[in-house]
Design a binder for this molecule. Structure first.
Ligand code: MG
Length: 261
C-alpha cells in the first residue's frame, strides 16, 4: 500500500487539518482514521481524488532522521574517501523535513548546496538491538529522500550538523510504500530535467538489515523515525529558481523547488 499524508484543499467536508490515506489504483485516496504508524491502517469510507489534495511529507519524525554516509563505493570515491568498514552515521533534525513540491531554501551562508537521492526507511515500532533477521518486523515502509547538503559548510566544519541540518534540507515523499522490497531498483536524481545521479539500490555497501541492526545497536528507534541509506555518485549543485527530482524505480518521484533565502 502507498500511504499519503495530505491536506484536502477546498473540500470543506473534510476540514483543513492534515489527513492520512491509502492511494488507490483509480487515482483516489481512501482516508485512514488516525496516524497509520501509531494506530494501524484503518480505512474509512471517505475518499477524495488525489488531484484535489496537497500532498505533505508522509511522516514528520517525532524524534530523529538518522543518515548513513558513504554507503555507495563510487560516492565515497568522489568525496575523496575510502569505503568505510562499518556504517558512518549522522543525524538531521526532524525540523529539516519537508514534503513533495515544497521549497528547498538555499541558506545565505552557503555557496554550494547539493542534492543527494536516497532510499529512506520509515520505522514502524520502538526498537533497539534488532537482529538482522528481524529487521523487516520494525520497518513500516519506504519512501524517497533528498539529503540536501551545504557542501562547502560540511567541508569547512569537519562535521556535518550545519551542512546537513538547515530547515528544508530533508525533502521526503511522495508517499510511504509498505510493500516495497529493496533490490536492484534504479535510483536517480535530476536537476531541471538533467540526470545527475544514476545507480541501483544493489550498489549499496551496507544493506538494509545491516543498517538497521547497526543503528539500533547504538540508539533506540521510535515509530516514525527515518533512516536515510546513503547516496550514489553524481552529487552536484542545485540551481536557485530550478527544480530537483529524486526517484526510485517502483517507489515514485519526489520533486522540490529551490529558492534563495
Ligand atoms: Mg547523504
Amino acid at each position: 500500500m502507498r500511504i499519503v499524508r495530505f491536506t484536502p484543499g477546498p473540500d470543506a467536508e473534510l476540514g483543513q487539518d492534515p489527513l492520512f490515506g491509502v492511494l488507490d489504483e483509480d487515482g483516489f485516496v481512501t482516508i485512514i482514521s488516525g496516524d497509520p504508524i501509531y494506530s494501524g491502517i484503518q480505512k474509512t469510507a471517505a475518499r477524495i481524488e488525489l488531484s484535489k489534495v496537497r500532498l505533505l511529507a508522509p511522516v514528520i519524525p517525532r524524534s530523529k532522521v538518522v543518515c548513513i554516509g558513504k554507503n555507495y563505493a563510487d560516492h565515497a570515491a568522489e568525496m575523496g574517501g575510502k569505503v568505510p568498514d562499518e556504517p558512518i552515521i549522522f543525524l538531521k533534525p526532524n525540523t529539516a523535513v519537508i514534503g513533495p513540491n515544497d521549497t528547498i531554501v538555499w541558506p545565505e551562508m552557503s555557496e554550494r548546496v547539493d542534492h543527494e537521492v536516497e532510499l529512506a526507511i520509515v520505522i514502524g515500532r520502538i526498537c533497539k538491538d534488532v537482529p538482522k533477521e528481524r529487521v523487516s518486523d520494525v520497518i513500516f515502509g519506504y519512501t524517497i529522500a533528498n539529503d540536501v547538503t551545504a557542501r562547502d559548510l560540511q567541508k569547512k566544519d569537519g562535521q556535518w550538523t550545519r551542512g546537513k541540518g538547515f530547515d528544508t534540507f530533508c525533502p521526503i515523499g511522495p508517499w510511504i510504500d509498505t510493500d516495497f522490497i529493496p533490490g536492484n531498483q534504479k535510483v536517480t536524481a535530476s536537476v531541471d530535467g538533467q540526470v545527475k545521479q544514476s545507480a541501483q539500490l544493489s550498489d549499496m555497501i551496507f544493506d538494509i538489515p545491516t543498517i538497521v541492526n547497526f543503528v539500533t545497536s547504538i540508539m533506540t528507534l521510535l515509530p516514525g523515525d527515518i533512516i536515510l541509506t546513503g547516496t550514489p555518485a553524481g552529487v552536484g549543485p542545485l540551481v536557485v529558481g530550478g527544480k530537483v527530482s529524486v526517484a526510485i524505480e517502483g517507489l515514485g518521484e519526489l520533486t522540490n523547488k529551490v529558492a534563495a533565502q
